[in-house]
Design a binder for this molecule. Structure first.
Ligand SMILES: NC(=O)c1ccc[n+]([C@@H]2O[C@H](COP(=O)([O-])OP(=O)(O)OC[C@H]3O[C@@H](n4cnc5c(N)ncnc54)[C@H](O)[C@@H]3O)[C@@H](O)[C@H]2O)c1
Length: 479
């Protein structure tokens, strides 16, 4: 009996070894295949060149410049957007409008007359052609060059202004291709001048309050964010100087206006302050609306219009979060920036309903006592939302909310943006947004185009800090 058992056990062991002997090559082969598939899929991520940081140059994270008690400003680009910036900034103490510049004389004169009527000294005037701005950046008595031209002129002006010793503030999107983005970064790092993108949407009241909630942990860990620029531009297409905006859309596929949607989400996710954008994939529709507009309004038949009506982009971050960004400037939809944050303990949503949903245990203190029935699956009642908005009002808004609403600019957010820029320059503090924010938010323009032209292939988003994305521990506005 014992013998039979031993014999059987021996047989079994022999069979096992034989099986292993036969299976081993198959296992090795399969795992080799898996590895090579992974390697292949890594290879499938399209990468764009990252220029080596020139020797002697360091990053500009938390860059501080000498305090400038009286900020002397030159404005370049006075079309639809620029003049409202002048109107806002004159409401801030400690600024002087030194120069006004536009290709068109009438644009400059109009703003200067307005300045004079409001009791301010007239600024020096520059107009006549697309190169006249060179005289402005060269002026010795200017601290800040504020650029609101068409997109093509943003970067040459910005770079020269920094080389001429000025800080620069550039309208959105500050840059539209990777060469421009890297050139702005390198120039800011070399000259140690601020290069800020004028992204106003991060200063809207709901976004600022929500950012404060996020930073205080009310929504838990933010794992997913959404943003968009959905704005039917038909009433404005014919008003842009030299038709620059339609021309850009006609020539470029992809999300050509991503910063309003992406900016507030990146701030809530601490991008390049503990996390980084790793890669994106993009999908678009065919182009119908804009070619139809050109046909109907201008009698022009365009068969190769590049920008699709609706573009959707997905991003994954180093810390395992996802972001969805949309662009649509033609469909008859209500204006929409989405602004949605999904956290482990709560949810924020701005359009079409701006409200919060909270896991009940995350509400805490007074609010929870009054409202027992909160759950994470519906928006909080109006009185709770109002209480939350009050409780989490962002500290940078507290002193200036009334003035911001009175001065205006998209309901006040534009004034808060200008106020913060001047405040930080006057006090020599790091600005709320740096050149790497500019780069991360603008890079969707070239990178979504690459993804779309390659059947929605993943495209790497470079670490624009070149190694510094984890140096800072979260986003903090200087006070
Ligand atoms: N942040 C926002 O909410 C917001 C809103 C609107 C526009 N913008 C941005 O503002 C910028 C301007 O947009 P806009 O609607 O005023 O366009 P616009 O066409 O009305 O104005 C552009 C102006 O720039 C001038 N210009 C062009 N090239 C110049 C040069 N080389 N030197 C001097 N002046 C030059 C033109 O003469 C024109 O007056 C764009 O970048 C746009 O995306 C931002």
């Amino acid at each position: 009996m014992l013998f039979t058992y031993k014999k059987n056990t021996l047989k079994l062991q022999l069979m096992k070894r034989l099986l292993l002997f036969l299976l081993l090559p198959i296992l090795v082969f399969t795992s080799a295949c898996t590895c090579s598939t992974l390697a292949q899929s890594n290879d499938r991520v399209i990468k764009t060149p990252v220029p080596v940081r020139p020797a002697g140059q360091t990053d500009v994270l938390q860059l501080r410049a000498e305090p400038i008690p009286l900020v002397r400003i030159a404005f370049i680009g006075l079309g639809m957007r620029g003049p409202s910036a002048v109107d806002r900034i004159i409401n801030i103490n400690g600024v002087e409008i030194v120069a006004l510049c536009d290709v068109l004389e009438e644009n400059v004169k109009k703003v200067n007359t307005r300045l004079e009527k409001k009791g301010f000294p007239k600024a020096k005037e520059f107009f006549g052609d697309t190169a006249v701005w060179r005289k402005v950046t060269a002026l010795p008595n200017v601290d800040l060059v504020y650029i609101a031209t068409d997109w093509v002129h943003h970067v040459p002006i910005g770079i020269q202004a920094m080389k001429d010793g000025k800080h620069v503030a550039i309208e959105v999107p500050a840059a539209t291709n990777m060469d421009e983005i890297w050139a702005l970064i390198n120039t800011s790092e070399q000259t140690r001048k601020h290069c800020i993108q004028l992204e106003n949407c991060v200063y809207d009241f709901f976004e600022l309050t929500t950012l404060n909630m996020v930073q205080q942990g009310l929504l838990g860990e933010i794992i997913h964010g959404e943003g968009a620029y959905i704005h039917a531009l038909q009433p404005y297409w014919n008003s842009y100087w030299d038709d620059w905006r339609m021309k850009f859309n006609q020539k470029h596929r992809g999300d050509v206006y991503p910063t309003h949607g992406l900016g507030p989400v990146c701030q809530a996710m601490n991008i390049h302050r503990g996390d980084k954008l790793n890669y994106l994939v993009s999908v678009d529709t065919k182009a119908i609306g804009n070619p139809a507009f050109l046909k109907e309004q201008r009698g022009v038949e365009v068969k190769d219009f590049r920008n699709g009506d609706h573009t959707t982009t997905l991003i994954r971050t180093e810390q395992g979060k996802s972001i969805m960004i949309q662009h649509n400037v033609t469909s008859p939809r209500p204006y929409d920036r989405l602004y949605q944050l999904t956290g482990t303990k709560g949810f924020a949503n701005k359009y079409p309903v701006s409200d919060y949903a909270l896991a009940s245990e995350a509400v805490g203190d007074e609010i929870a006592k009054n409202h027992e029935n909160l759950n994470a699956h519906s928006f909080v009642p109006k009185e709770v939302k109002d209480a939350l908005m009050e409780k989490y009002r962002h500290p940078i808004v507290k002193d200036i909310e009334e003035k911001a609403k009175q001065v205006g600019g998209h309901g006040g957010m534009d004034f808060i943006m200008d106020y913060r820029l001047i405040y930080c320059l006057q006090k020599g503090l790091p600005l709320d947004m740096d050149v790497y924010d500019l780069a991360e938010w603008c890079c969707l323009i070239p990178l979504t185009e690459i993804s779309l032209d390659n059947n929605s292939a993943p495209v790497e988003i470079p670490d624009f800090t070149r190694g510094g994305w984890n140096k800072l521990n979260g986003l903090k506005f200087a006070e």
